[in-house]
Design a protein around this ligand. Structure first.
Ligand code: SAM
Length: 288
């Protein structure tokens, strides 16, 4: 009989956030595969768990996944943990999970902490529809291209970000997503846990000339016209109506409103402008 692969979430800061089930299973498995054996050893020692560990990280994932799957097929029960939070969420683990599923090995997840859900729940931003975008690319052009793609979602966007890059990311997000409501969730579950809630422009000003430290989740709310678009009646809202209502509600000029609507609809500004003129002409025709 093959063994079981357990995916075990570990705390993202506060050690009390480990579950009773995680402690039990970690104490029962034959082997604990971890991103960093020294890091996980400290966690296991804290809870007086003494099981063998083996490294499984982004640089040895391919070979290690094969080795571990062989052990699973031979009957070993293996726990996979990452340094913090839920394995596979911006962390290694995909290969062994995929391979185990393909080879008929049971994969059992043990839920627990993840910075993404922890930050989102307390953000105060819409949670019914969100996109987890993980880490944005570090290169500016690729990062900006990704943000432009994400601009078309009528969803809350969740990013992991490093403290060194947070200002650049917020600057790019402000330009490409518009000045949306947003939250920096920092050092979650730790002593210096902090939530900074403001529009992107406000966050940028707050960080101006200031170094920010620690682990960060950046959450950007949906575009401001989200409510109107979601509450759309069965007939689609015309582009003209959308532009005019944005101008009125947000006090912006036609070009700025058009830019936002184009971005939200995933079309170019020039196409949006053509549609706007056509709708205006159509309305004038109807009135004649
Ligand atoms: N697997 C983890 C999870 O489930 O959240 C995420 C691992 S990813 C390599 C690490 C990133 O998660 C950090 O750079 C930060 O963006 C976010 N993160 C992890 N712990 C955090 C915390 N305590 N507070 C805020 N963000 C955190």
């Amino acid at each position: 009989m093959p063994g079981t692969l357990y995916l075990i979430a570990t705390p993202i800061g506060n050690l009390e956030d480990i579950t009773l089930r995680a402690l039990r299973v970690l104490g029962e498995v034959d082997l604990v595969a971890c991103e960093d054996t020294r890091h996980t050893r400290k966690l296991l020692t804290h809870f007086q768990i003494n099981r063998p560990t083996v490294s499984y990280h982004e640089h040895n994932e391919r070979e290690r996944a094969e080795e571990l799957v062989e052990k699973l097929l031979a009957g070993a029960n293996i726990a996979l943990v990452s340094d913090a939070g839920t394995p596979l969420i911006s962390d290694p683990g995909y290969r062994i999970v995929r391979e185990s599923i393909d080879r008929g090995i049971a994969v059992v997840p043990l839920p627990g902490a993840s910075a993404l859900v922890t930050a989102l729940a307390a953000s105060g931003l819409a949670t019914s529809d969100f996109v987890f975008a993980g880490f944005l690319p570090s290169r500016s052009a690729a990062r900006r291209a990704r943000l432009s793609e994400l601009a078309r979602f009528q969803s809350t966007l969740v990013f992991y970000e490093s403290p060194h890059r947070i200002k650049e990311t917020i600057r790019d997000a402000l330009e490409l997503l518009g000045d949306r409501e947003s939250v920096i969730a920092r050092e979650l579950t730790k002593l210096h846990e902090q939530f900074m809630r403001d529009r992107l422009s406000g966050l940028l000003s707050a960080l101006d000339g200031r170094a920010i430290k620690g682990e960060i989740v950046l959450i950007v709310g949906p575009p401001p016209d989200d409510g109107r678009m979601q509450k759309a009646p069965s007939e689609p809202i015309s582009l003209l109506t959308e532009v005019e209502s944005l101008m009125e509600s947000d006090g912006i000029d036609q070009m700025a409103a058009l830019k936002r609507v184009a971005r939200a609809r995933g079309i170019s500004k020039s196409d949006a402008y053509r549609m706007l003129l056509a709708e205006r002409e159509g309305n004038e025709e109807e009135m004649r």
